[in-house]
Ligand binder design. Sequence first.
Ligand code: COA
Length: 329
Amino acid sequence: MYGNAHIEKTKSPKNILEGEDPAKLAEFEARIERGEKIEPMDWMPKEYRRQLIRMIEQHAHSEIIGALPEGTWITRAPGFRRKLALMAKVQDEVGHAQLLYSAAETLGKAREDMINDLISGKSKYSNVFNYPAETWADTAIIAWLIDAGAIINQLANSRGSYGPYCRALDRICTEESFHLKYGHDTVVYLATGTPTQREMVQNALIRWWPPIMHFFGPSDKISVHSEILMKWKVKMASNDDMRQKFLDEYVPKIWDLGLTIPDPSLKKNEDTGKWEYTEPDWEEFKRVINGDGPCNKERLAVRRWAEEKGAWVRRALLKEDSRYSTPLA
Ligand code: COA
């Protein structure tokens, strides 16, 4: 972990730049304007550090929790090849969490503290992973459309200002592109299969559409952090712009497969070039991200269990007085 970082534990002060050295701040913002990367040992405003920790940590938690809904299907995947592919994908997601926790650590927050904040329910993670994967088709929709949404977000932000986060996102996007192909292939297989398979994938799409619309975050009008994150090029597109980009790229592909999206108002306004849709239920979104979704308790219970079961490994690794280990056999 990198040292000397002072992390603000409290919420942002009213004036988020209170107490910052104006000359250093101006130089920092000029560097961002020029498209330079900010590296861990560089000077940065406290709010930049606080926002990055919040966002990267939530992202890391989303990857590790995101492995769970699909992970429950490894033992039930239809056929050996699909099982192998799903196992590789789930492993990748856990690897993404590793990369992201490491990126967040460069800002001075210990991994143990991040994990503790996750399992105590203090930290957020993506809304979508609080819903169950009821059938095999749900895993296909997750792999295709959730990963598509993630790529849109991550590809944009990989061009952002904080070096370690951008480098982690570059690597993650490469792997996510494979997940997307795997997910698309599985959805196409089901959508062009037997009537039962088609019905299964259609129902999964109906279940996942509202969480997918929530995935990009609240509308720009009510987004809390977008303004400062975009000013400092941490976030490279607004929530609504990312949602629009997703609709632009994926609605035609979904319709091509003859699947129905459960929103009768969804259409592209050819004059504005924007998609029009039924406003997502933001009350449900708030409930889910604040711990009251269908699977929040179950997801955190699994992480708590994993933390307890793995404690002996961490203790063994940290045993400084033991220089050799004796093999048992
Ligand atoms: N799931 C859970 N929480 C979400 C969310 C989502 N899909 N979208 C927004 N939120 C939360 C935010 O974390 C924030 O909560 P906080 O103030 O308690 O931290 C609150 O809703 C307000 O949203 P907003 O001001 O728009 O947050 P933001 O500017 O950070 O934008 C993201 C939200 C998800 C777009 C942004 O954080 C991001 O790009 N994160 C990195 C990518 C990521 O985490 N992807 C998820 C899994 S692949």
